[in-house]
Design a protein around this ligand. Structure first.
Ligand code: FMN
Length: 257
C-alpha cells in the first residue's frame, strides 16, 4: 500500500516506480476515519521547506497504520536538509516508527526561485530512474535504513531556518493573482489537492486558508495566467509537470474522488 501527495507529478511517478498505483493522500484527507492495514505501507511525497508538506504531516498524525514495514520517500529538487533523520526522529517521538526513510532528487518545482526550463534540462543528470530502482530494491528487501543527514545539509537547513522563506498564504495575504489571459477553464481547481479553488464568473477564487502552497494550480494553468503576488518568477513562460505524468493523472490524484 503506497500513499502519495503530489503537485506536479514527481512523487506520483516515484510512487508508481516503487510499486503500485498509489492512493491519494489529498483524497484520503477528505475522509474522517482513517485506519490502514497492509504488510508494507509507504508514503511518497514532495519535500517542502526541508519538511513534510503540512497536509502530509496531518495525514500521518491523524491516521493509524497497522503494518510490519512503514517507509517514507521524500522527493526534492536541490537540498534535502537532512530531512530523513530529522523527521524520522520527530515521528518516533510521536509514537510512529519509521523503518525506512530515503530521499530522491528530481526536478525542483519551486518556480518562484527556479527557472523551470533549467530544471527540465537538469533532469538527465539526476539519474532519477537509477535512484528509484535502488530505493525499490531496498523496500522489496524490507531494508531498515534512515538516510543519514550530511553535515552540509544540516548547515543548509539551519541556515534556512534563521531566515525562513515560508509563503503561508491566508485570505488576507493572497499568494497569486490571475491575469486577463485566464479563460476560466477550471484546470487550476481540478488539480488542486486541497480543493481550495472555485470557479466564479469564469475566474478562480481561492480559499487561501486551506491552500497548501504546493503550486499545482500555477504549474498546470494552460494559459500561464496565474502568477505570484510577491515574486517575479525567473521564467514566467515555462511551467513544469513530470514528463511521465499526464494532466489527467494529476486530476485523478487530486480532484474529486
Ligand atoms: C512550497 C515548496 C517548497 C519546496 N521546498 C524545497 C526544499 O526545501 N528543498 C528542495 O530541494 N526542494 C524543495 N521543493 C521542490 C519539491 O520538493 C520537488 O520539486 C518535488 O519533487 C515536487 O514533487 P511533486 O511533483 O510530486 O509535487 C519545494 C517545492 C515547493 C512547491
Amino acid at each position: 500500500m503506497i500513499f502519495c501527495f503530489t503537485a506536479t507529478g514527481n512523487s506520483l511517478y516515484a510512487a508508481r516506480q516503487l510499486g503500485e498505483e498509489p492512493i491519494s493522500i489529498a483524497q484520503e484527507l477528505r475522509k474522517t476515519d482513517r485506519h490502514y492495514q497492509a504488510d508494507t505501507i509507504g508514503i511518497v511525497v514532495p519535500l517542502y521547506e526541508f519538511d513534510l508538506p503540512r497536509p502530509v504531516a496531518q495525514f500521518i498524525a491523524e491516521s493509524t497504520f497497522d503494518t510490519d514495514y512503514f517507509y517514507i520517500v521524500s522527493t526534492y529538487g536541490m537540498h534535502n536538509g537532512g530531512i530523513a533523520e530529522r523527521v524520522s526522529a520527530r515521528l518516533e517521538a510521536a509514537g510512529r516508527h519509521v523503518d525506512y526513510y530515503n530521499t530522491v532528487i528530481m526536478a525542483d518545482n519551486a518556480l518562484q526561485v527556479f527557472d523551470m526550463a533549467e530544471q527540465i534540462a537538469l533532469d538527465p543528470e539526476k539519474r532519477i530512474d537509477e535512484q528509484l530502482a535502488a530505493v525499490r530494491a531496498d523496500i522489496e528487501a524490507q531494508r531498515h535504513y534512515i538516510q543519514p543527514a550530511l553535515q552540509e545539509e544540516v548547515d543548509f537547513y539551519e541556515g534556512y531556518m534563521k531566515h525562513p522563506f515560508a509563503l503561508r498564504p491566508d485570505n488576507d495575504n493572497p499568494l497569486y493573482y490571475v491575469s486577463d489571459d485566464c479563460i476560466g477553464c477550471g484546470t487550476c481547481s481540478r488539480v488542486c489537492p486541497m480543493q481550495c479553488i472555485r470557479i466564479v464568473d469564469k475566474r478562480p477564487v481561492y480559499d487561501y486558508d486551506i491552500c497548501a502552497d504546493c503550486y499545482a494550480c500555477i504549474q498546470a494553468c494552460p494559459q500561464k495566467a496565474i502568477h505570484f503576488v510577491n515574486f517575479d518568477e525567473p521564467n514566467p513562460n515555462v511551467r513544469y509537470r513530470n514528463p511521465h505524468v499526464t494532466l489527467a493523472d494529476l486530476v485523478k490524484a487530486n480532484g474529486q474522488s
